[in-house]
Write a protein that binds this ligand. Structure first.
Ligand SMILES: Cc1cc2nc3c(=O)[nH]c(=O)nc-3n(C[C@H](O)[C@H](O)[C@H](O)COP(=O)(O)OP(=O)(O)OC[C@H]3O[C@@H](n4cnc5c(N)ncnc54)[C@H](O)[C@@H]3O)c2cc1C
Length: 454
């Protein structure tokens, strides 16, 4: 294998893949368009905090970075659903001690990853943007933004972790090396920060991801270590009466909050200022094929397969990419074979999580309000208790079981959903559901999972 690897992007994926490559003895140079976020305060750009789950944790453990990140983690054991009548109910995500998610600051996590890349010997070049690539000559074009100079570097290998708008992916498409499509969701998001109380404590209950589902739209909030919460409002982009277009003026948005989210409005003393200042973000799914240009370049993370954020899996999936690539580097004799194998291995799984992420939006903003949903959740936890090797709720398979591929979680989840819907139809309480025939059907239709549930 070549001794020098180029990495594009110092977001979530780039520094992690840089660490893993450097630990395999490669010389690694990383080029990032922005300034060094450890020294200059940058606008968050996208979500201020993220949910970290099993797949991300497994990859961070592989790189030996979990302990450095642990102080940044805020545990979330379930959803706190705030209904329109002002009541709140807690729906646990799972039933085992380790079945929880962690809210983590994007900036904090990024600092740890970039420090780790530097410590592993990765040469970091900030304010250097990829401007294109020539695949016939095997060169990538980089612009030094501070100096205003452009230069070329040999690819082979180049790992492109330059995000959902990837310049390298665009260069692959322009050169006819790949095709790509972006499906933009008709909904957008805006973040608002709920400040800490005067004594520094959090102003919403800890241990949960808070959701205010309102049917066609929703508000969520995740905790930060500094006592604040980051709230994210998801609305349609256009349309009447509730959309970002219709509620462009903060005064109009206040009317929505007074009606639908009055408890949150009470925690936002500077609502109008934040609403006016904070940007409205887009959410897309990227479909690209192939992800590699021979052994010259490979797209990773959002550059290859960005997804919408409703399963909290984009970064987790990107980190899993890094772990899978690291496994392949252990065994494969050349980059071309390794990249082709990566593409073949990850395609079905990333397509599955892209679909599940879109489905989860409907669940979070709407289905979660339905009493039938709560009964199905309750039943699925009961079935998991009784058949832990065969029945694991789909959400748990995705979030807590890194050993179960996404595509398998989707397949088993579809079958389980059918059983749950049938068993709970017309019923209101778990005690009314006849369990024995259901368990027999599970034994007949759901093969035991290869790795038994911990
Ligand atoms: C609102 C929202 C909430 C989310 N919540 C979650 C969550 O809870 N859990 C989760 O797992 N995921 C979540 N995600 C998804 C997650 O943010 C992404 O999947 C993750 O950031 C992907 O990492 P990446 O390194 O591939 O891309 P990015 O993190 O976007 O990093 C790309 C980097 O490349 C740099 N770059 C761009 N162009 C160039 C260029 N031409 N040359 C050089 N550098 C370049 C960028 O500056 C950036 O630093 C969320 C996303 C959004 C939008």
């Amino acid at each position: 294998m070549s001794e020098h690897a180029v990495v594009l992007g110092a977001g979530c994926t780039g520094p992690l893949v840089g660490v893993l490559l450097a630990r395999r003895g490669l010389r690694v140079s990383l080029y990032e368009r922005r300034a060094d976020a450890r020294r200059v305060a940058l606008p968050a750009g996208r979500s201020i905090n993220l949910a970290l789950a099993a797949r991300g944790i497994a990859a961070l453990e592989r790189a030996g970075l979990l302990e450095a990140i642990r102080p940044l983690l805020m545990p979330m054991r379930g959803r706190m659903v705030h209904d329109a009548d002002g009541t709140a109910r807690f729906l646990p995500y799972g039933q085992r001690p380790h079945e929880l998610l962690y809210a983590v600051s994007r900036a904090g996590l990024n600092h740890v990853l970039v420090d780790a890349a530097e410590a592993a010997g990765v040469a970091l070049h900030f304010e250097h943007a990829c401007r294109g690539a020539d695949f016939a000559r095997g060169q990538v074009e980089i612009e030094d933004l501070a100096a205003g100079l452009r230069f070329e570097l040999p690819m082979g290998p180049l790992l492109a972790a330059d995000g959902s708008g990837s310049a390298l992916r665009q260069a692959m498409v322009a050169a006819g090396v790949a095709t790509a499509r972006e499906d933009t969701l008709a909904h957008r998001y805006k973040e608002l920060t709920i400040p800490a109380a005067a004594d520094g404590s959090h102003r919403l209950a800890l241990g949960a991801l808070h959701i205010w589902p309102r049917g066609g739209y929703m508000l969520i909030a995740l905790p930060n270590v500094d006592g604040t919460f980051t709230a994210t409002l998801f609305l349609p982009a256009e349309g009447e009466p509730v959309s970002f277009a219709a509620l462009a003026a903060p005064a109009a948005a206040r009317v929505l909050f007074e009606r639908d989210f009055p408890d949150v409005l009470a925690l936002l003393p500077d609502f109008e200022a934040q609403y006016a200042a904070n940007p409205v973000g887009r959410m897309s799914t990227i479909h690209a094929r192939p992800w590699h240009a021979g052994g010259q370049a490979l797209l990773l993370g959002d550059a290859a397969h960005a997804i919408v954020p409703f399963h909290g899996q984009g970064m987790n999936c990107a980190f899993e990419d890094c772990r899978v690539l690291d496994d392949l580097l252990g065994g494969s004799p050349d980059w071309t074979a390794c990249f082709a194998r990566f593409d073949a291995l990850r395609r079905e799984d990333t397509a599955a999580i892209a679909r599940m992420a879109i489905e989860n939006y409907t669940e979070m903003r709407d289905t979660v309000r339905d009493p039938a949903f709560a009964l199905q959740k309750e039943l699925s936890l009961e079935l998991e208790r009784r058949r832990p090797d065969r029945f694991i709720p789909r959400y748990s398979m995705v979030m807590f079981h890194s050993e179960i591929p996404y595509a398998e979680a989707e397949r088993r989840g579809a079958l389980q959903a059918e059983l749950l819907a049938r068993a709970t139809r017309g019923r209101r309480h778990l005690g009314d559901v006849p369990l024995e025939p259901l368990l027999e059907e599970i034994d007949a239709r759901l093969a035991p999972l290869s790795a038994p549930a911990a």
